[in-house]
Structures are given as C-alpha cells and as structure tokens.
Design a protein around this ligand. Structure first.
Ligand code: ZN
Length: 448
C-alpha cells in the first residue's frame, strides 16, 4: 500500500470513530478535573505513616495502628464537610468484634469511617456508596505488630474514597452519597459485612456500591506488563441472592448477562469512559478474582448492586508481603510501587459514575414489555420515577449476544413501539434528568 493511501485510510477510520458524540455534563466535567494525583499521593503517604493498619492493631496509640488511621480519615471527612453547607456529616460507626476462631483472636474495637453527603431532594431516598478498606496486612494475616504499609492494598481504595469526598463535598446531588472506609477486610470482610447487614435491616435504598480495592499500581510481577490505561470492574452474572427464586425467569428470558451488578458495571464503563480520557474500563464477567475476596461481596450476597474495581495487572510481590528483600526483589506494599496518575484516572472514573447516578432521576417504575400477541415488533410502557425531574427517557436496545447497548432512542413519552422484535433484542429504559444524567437501566417485566 502506498503511504498516501495508508494515511487517507487512517484519516477516514479516525473520522468514523470520531462521529460518536460525547456529551458531558459540565458540572461533572469540572469535578473530574479536580481529582488530583498529588493529593491522592499525600493521602497514601499519610496512611502509610501509621506503620500498620492491621484490624487487630492498637486503637489507642496516637500515631500508630488502625485507631489513629481511622481518626485521621474522620478528621479529613470533617474538614471536607465544611464546604458542604451542612449537607455532609462524618462519623465512625463502631462495634466490638468477638473472637471467631478464624482470623479474630480477641475482642477488638472496630470502626467504619463514613462521610455522608446528603442529597438535596428530600423526596429522593436513594443512596450511592463508594468504599475502600483501611486495614492492611503482611504475610501472616494474624501479624498485627509488623509494619504493613498497605499503600496499594488498600491505601489506594481508601485514598480514592478520601479524594472523592474532598472533591464532591461541595457539589449538589439529589441522592445521598456515602464515602465509606471499612475495617476488617483482611480478617474476613468484617466491616463490609457489618454495614451490609445494617443496610438490609434498616431498609436503606442503596442503588449502587462501587468497591475499590487495589486500584493504584500499573504492572504485573510475572508477565511484566505495564499498563495504566485499563482498569477492571468485576461483576457477578447470576445473582448470589435468591438465585433459586429468580433462576426460572432468568432462564426463560435469557437474562444471565443482565443482573444488577452487571448493569452497574456496564453503566460505569459507559459513563467512566465518557469523562476520563485514556482509560478503558474492562468488564470482567465474574464476581472476583481467584483466591481473593472483596468488600462488595457481603452487599452482593444480600441483593444489592455492588461491583469491585481493581487495577488491570497485579503485582503480587507487593500484596500481603512481609517487608524484605530476597534475591534482589523488594517485597512489600510501598508507595514507591504505585502510579498516582493511574490512580487519578481510576478515582475520576468512580467520580463520574457516582455523580451521574446521584444527579440522575430515580429509575423508571413498572417497566413492562407487551407479550400478549405474536408480533415482530416491541411495545414497552413504564411509569415516571419516584423522584427527580425527568427530561425524557432513553430506550436501550441490543442484540441478545452483544455485551453493550447498541442503540439509544430518546423519547419524552412513557411508552414506545419499536420495529425491533422482542424475540431477538434486549431492551431497557433509563430516566434522563434535566442535565442529561441517566439513571441505571431497568429491564422490563413481561406483561400485558
Ligand atoms: Zn484489599
């Protein structure tokens, strides 16, 4: 091929892809631009300065251990709350842990640090939650004495949550956002389990949980890949919660790729990539990685939509390791192994997703697909969301074998008839707010 032809073809293919219109909400765009790599780095350096943040470490010393680290996070949230015109409050939700014969061997004073940014709409009871875990560990999970810097696991997730609170505290969202820093992850997801049960008992209307765990390093220890342009979102396929009750309809409708967590992951991919340049959100069709767990799971197990955000490649020489050098390899979870620009992008992806959700109206109600007649078309109807001002709705369409929505049709009506067969497409509807922010998609129930 001649060079000129090659250049021409390159230009044409660029123009074709450039035709995808990206519309950004200027308020979210501004917030995304305020996420700062140096700020994230300073949060992590401070977290590392507490020596260890092991769940069973001291809670009484002023500068060492998990108690001091929690108090510091609380003080940051309290500081950010000053910009919120009274909407944000902060607290440590405490309880006493009892020995469990597994990874807890004494009574321990526990605490999840929470920054709660109340929504501006009193009729909007939705909650969006973003989490990271503050506890750290070395090789032996019971070792509470040795230094465990936990810069990436999970200083990165904790710093993400702190940075989001810093940037978002002053902004107005109709729904409530909870910035959550949990304890006890390494001892068995204890802090997340405690809160998930509380949320269930108290009937919190949590629509989405973004759990960030190990999101700030860009390389693998074995395959030696270096990449700071991709991040993974893990989401369950079939729901862990009440699968026996739901299996029949999932099977007959072919909805094994459309659970709540999967919808959230798809949404985060679309919205995250809309606002964050040079970042691809890679969906992983499983709940978590091999041999590892995470704080989204206690929520998933209770029926909430929760996903795990994790870096693309992991360096296991820097996770759960005693600090040492062996055969020239430095082991340990130190800040020097992190990529703060990568962490900035991953934090910004969280920010865009949470902001777009919390600014959007609630989801549509009673979305139904008409199946009473044999037709080659599709009729959908739905009711207005419980809260939020609606500009209109997106009707989303994709072929059943496609991973992502392929067509998006805007309507201001509460129903639509489409020349696409209900037999070989999936449909969903999103409510769209006045500034263009979309709710999570809802899939139709079958009805008349
Ligand atoms: Zn972790």
């Amino acid at each position: 091929m001649k060079k000129a032809t090659f250049i021409l073809l390159t230009l044409i293919s660029f123009q074709v892809s450039a035709q995808k219109i990206i519309q950004r909400d200027p308020i979210i765009e501004q917030l995304v631009s305020e996420v700062n790599a140096d700020s994230l780095k300073s949060h992590i350096n401070k977290l590392v300065s507490f020596g260890t943040r092991h769940t069973l470490s001291t809670t009484t010393e002023p500068k060492r251990g998990i108690g001091a680290a929690r108090n510091w996070v609380l003080s940051r949230f309290q500081e950010f709350a000053k910009q919120s015109e009274g909407r944000m409050t902060a607290k440590i939700d405490s309880w006493i842990l009892k020995p469990d014969g597994k990874r807890v061997d004494k009574d321990q004073d526990m605490g999840n640090v929470m920054g709660i940014l109340k929504g501006t709409d009193p009729n909007d009871d939705r909650i969006f939650l973003v989490s990271g875990h503050i506890d750290s560990r070395v090789s032996n999970v019971m070792n509470r004495e040795s230094d465990a810097p936990g810069a990436n696991d999970d200083g990165s997730g904790t710093a993400t949550v702190i940075e989001l609170a810093r940037v978002m505290a002053k902004a107005k969202f109709s729904a409530t956002i909870i910035f959550l820093v949990v304890s006890g992850e390494e001892q068995g997801l204890l802090g997340a389990d405690y809160l998930a049960q509380k949320a269930l008992d108290e009937k919190w209307n949590i629509e989405a949980i973004m759990n960030n765990d190990i999101v700030g390093s860009n390389n693998s220890h074995d395959t030696r890949i270096i990449d700071n342009t991709r991040v993974r979102i893990f989401s369950e396929g079939l729901p862990a919660f009440e699968l026996d009750k739901k299996a029949g309809s999932i099977r007959s409708l072919g909805q094994e790729n459309d659970g709540k967590a999967r919808q959230l992951a798809r949404y985060a991919k679309e919205v995250g990539e809309r606002y964050v340049d040079n970042l691809e959100v890679v969906m992983v069709y499983r709940n978590d990685r091999f041999l590892r767990g995470g704080d989204h799971t206690p929520f998933v197990n209770r029926g909430f939509a929760a996903v795990r955000v994790t870096e693309m490649n992991e360096n296991f020489e820097h996770q759960h390791q005693d600090l040492r050098t062996e055969k020239g390899i430095k082991y340990g979870d130190f800040p020097e192994f992190m990529d703060f620009e990568y962490l900035r992008k991953n934090t910004a992806m969280n920010l865009a997703t949470l902001s777009n959700l919390a600014k959007a109206p609630a989801t549509v109600q009673n979305l139904t697909i008409d199946t009473k007649n044999l037709t080659n078309s599709t009729t959908l109807f739905w009711q207005t969301p419980k809260s939020g001002k609606v500009k209109g709705y997106y009707v989303l369409i994709r072929e059943t074998y496609q991973p992502f929505w392929q067509k998006k049709i805007f309507t201001t009506k509460n129903g639509i008839n489409l020349p696409y067969s209900k037999d070989h497409y999936f449909f969903a509807v999103q409510a769209v707010g006045e500034d263009g922010n979309e709710s999570l998609p809802v899939l139709p129930k079958v009805g008349m």
